[in-house]
Design a protein around this ligand. Structure first.
Ligand code: FES
Length: 200
């Protein structure tokens, strides 16, 4: 069963921050279907650069552009989508969909050792781009606590380094190592693997 969108953060029936916007997300993927689907960032536009060590996690400009505070992420709630933000310039790296990051909270005890190594006191961050054909991983099962890609139903377990549970995805979602700095969250290294689909 798919968890419904939180009523306090809906926009035309679909939260901009939270997931569960499968239909809209899938449509968006269709619109950008001719865009590169793999991480090959050669652009020096800071808004397109991949996550940099020391970047903060922040909401998109459309969602206000503020940094995310750890307290906003509730245990087992549907993930929110955030982006890297340069703490010096406040530039949000939101011009590349490859920089979309899923942010979730578990207890540290629920996490595998590998997952805990990249987590900040139970908070985990992953690429939001499916490793099968680069759709947005935009759905959440609140019962199994699995992330779901609506395009071909791949599922990932965010407690186990986002390993593929079912579906055609060939590998786990890349993890993004983070730490808590005061009330906010800071990126401590690059994604653990290639974001998006493999080059053919
Ligand atoms: S693109 Fe995600 S399962 Fe196919």
């Amino acid at each position: 069963m798919i968890d419904p969108a939180p009523p306090d953060r809906t926009l035309t029936g679909c939260s901009r921050r939270r997931l569960l916007c499968g239909v809209l997300e899938t449509a968006l993927v269709g619109l950008v279907g001719s865009s590169p689907l793999v991480a090959a960032a050669t652009d020096t536009d800071p808004r397109k650069l991949p996550p940099q060590r020391g970047d903060e996690l922040a909401y998109s400009s459309d969602d206000g552009g503020n940094v995310v505070t750890a307290a906003e992420i509730k245990l087992h709630a549907a993930p929110i989508i955030v982006y890297p933000r340069d703490p010096l310039t406040q530039v949000i790296r939101e011009r590349s969909r490859l920089n979309q990051i899923l942010l979730l909270r578990f207890t540290s005890e629920e996490l595998s050792a590998e997952t805990r190594a990249n987590a900040a006191d139970g908070l985990v961050a992953y690429s939001a781009i499916c490793t099968h054909a680069a759709c947005g991983v935009s759905e959440w099962n609140a019962t199994t606590l699995h992330l779901i890609c609506p395009c071909h139903a791949s599922q990932y377990d965010p407690r186990q380094h986002a390993v593929r549970v079912t579906g055609p995805a060939p590998r786990a979602l890349p993890a993004l190592p983070i730490k808590q700095t005061g009330k906010t969250l800071t990126i401590t290294g690059p994604f653990s693997g290639q974001v998006g689909a493999e080059k053919s």
